[in-house]
Design a protein. Structure first.
Length: 76
């Protein structure tokens, strides 16, 4: 089973580690975070790039899709 997030991945890697040894815990968490860092970055980049065209909309199209871009408190 694959980890879905960095904390979940770190916890999985900490299963066989003595948690009283802070240096070992730090190394283990750092290694686990590095493993999921690149995939997390690229998945976030894809999501952001998918919304770029929506930011370029104007007029009627903008009013139709503004709810995707801004939280309810920031709408004008």
């Amino acid at each position: 089973m694959r980890a879905l997030s960095s904390p979940e991945h770190a916890f999985r890697h900490l299963e066989g580690v003595d948690t009283n040894d802070r240096g070992r815990v730090f190394e283990t968490v750092l290694r686990a975070t590095k493993l999921v860092g690149r995939p997390t970055f690229f998945s976030m980049a894809i999501i952001i790039l998918a919304f770029v065209p929506v930011f370029a909309l104007t007029g009627q199209e903008e009013s139709s899709f503004i709810h995707l871009l801004l939280p309810k408190r920031l709408r004008w």
